[in-house]
Design a binder for this molecule. Structure first.
Ligand SMILES: [Zn+2]
Ligand SMILES: [Zn+2]
Length: 187
């Protein structure tokens, strides 16, 4: 705030003060800044000290915003990096899904001796499936049966991201059927 300053005693009076100084009764004025009363401004209506202070504050704010900008840029970079990694992972993940046919049942049913059983019935949660069938994720109850063989039940949890490869399931010959078959063979 620019005030009137008495050239005689240095008393500051409001800018609109008229007449003599209330302290020394002199009527000789110049202007001075309320914040910087020691600075004689002559008759100027603005304080150069205040102006330069404002410039410094502006500069400091600018520096601060540069800093902010810099950290924002860093965050952006990190964000982009995270996105990039996510895209990579997702790409790998989805790529894997397509390429490796995720959630596809891979199973071969064979006898204990290793001879494939072609007529085996594979049920996943009650639905007849074959090797190559797309199976749901989650808890799966897989039953494998074939005429003349004991039914095998597998409880699997299929997690997305992993193929369900049961490998070779070996079925034991059903004793009852073996008995019947042997009876037939004997006859
Ligand atoms: Zn005075
Ligand atoms: Zn000032």
């Amino acid at each position: 705030m620019i005030k009137k300053k008495c050239n005689e005693c240095g008393t500051l009076s409001p800018a609109n003060h008229t007449g003599a100084c209330k302290v020394c009764s002199e009527n000789d004025w110049s202007t001075a800044c309320e914040k910087h009363p020691d600075l004689n401004l002559g008759g100027a209506s603005s304080c150069q000290m205040c102006e330069s202070e404002q410039e410094i504050v502006k500069l400091k704010n600018k520096e601060k915003s540069w800093d902010d900008g810099l950290s924002r840029a860093r965050l952006k970079l990190l964000g982009r990096l995270a996105c990039f990694l996510m895209v990579l992972c997702a790409g790998g993940y989805f790529g894997y899904t397509h390429l490796k046919s995720l959630n596809v049942l891979k199973v071969t049913v064979s006898t204990e001796g290793g001879t494939p059983i072609k007529g085996a019935t594979i049920k996943v949660n009650g639905t007849v499936s074959r090797s190559g069938t797309i199976v749901p994720t989650g808890n799966l109850k897989i039953t494998i049966s074939a005429k003349g063989y004991d039914e095998q039940t597998l409880l699997e949890t299929l997690v997305i991201g992993k193929p369900l490869s049961l490998g070779v399931i070996k079925l034991k010959r059903s004793l009852g059927n073996v008995h019947v078959t042997s009876t037939h063979n004997i006859q």
